[in-house]
Design a protein around this ligand. Structure first.
Ligand code: FES
Length: 156
């Protein structure tokens, strides 16, 4: 399992932080997502046992919120905004160029596990668009600056 092996003690620490109660479910899932960059099945199964929450409910939560992922994410998250304002300013071309440069489709992660490329709909910085968000930081970009930011990100 990437990037780290499931560690029950780590999940126990997360549970202790919020309380061993079914109402802590989403908070602990957020911590698991942040620790592993996705929700490993083993961690969810362990969490379900500890909080006495059925797996069906856990998977409902995991698939309902976009912030959760059941697939491993890359070390770096790259989002291209495809909202209307960014779209009319050339976001599609930015996305196509990044997709080509990474040899990865939107929604996928590079085989080396470094970068996940995704789309997002408006991050509230329309005037600066097209917008590319790298690890939570928004940049107004051109095709060439987007590729430069990507190159910098790969060297981190
Ligand atoms: S449409 Fe891209 S930031 Fe609003």
């Amino acid at each position: 399992m990437t990037p780290e092996t499931f560690d029950a003690a780590k999940v126990d620490t997360m549970i202790d932080k919020y309380g061993n109660d079914p109402s802590s479910l989403i908070l602990v899932m957020q911590d698991i997502q942040s620790e592993y960059r996705f929700l490993p099945h083993e961690a969810l199964a362990y969490l379900g046992e500890q909080l006495d929450v059925p797996m069906s409910r856990i998977y409902n939560v995991a698939t309902f919120y976009k912030t959760f992922s059941l697939q491993p994410k890359g070390k770096h998250l790259v989002h291209v905004c495809m909202g209307t304002a960014c779209h009319v300013r050339g976001a599609k071309r930015i996305l196509d160029e990044l997709s080509r440069a990474l040899d990865t489709k939107p929604g996928d992660t590079t085989p080396d596990g470094e970068i996940t490329l995704e789309t997002v709909n408006c991050v509230g910085a329309c005037a600066l668009g097209p917008i590319m968000v790298v690890d939570g930081k928004a940049h107004g970009v051109t095709v060439s600056s987007a590729k430069e930011i990507l190159a910098d990100c790969k060297h981190d």
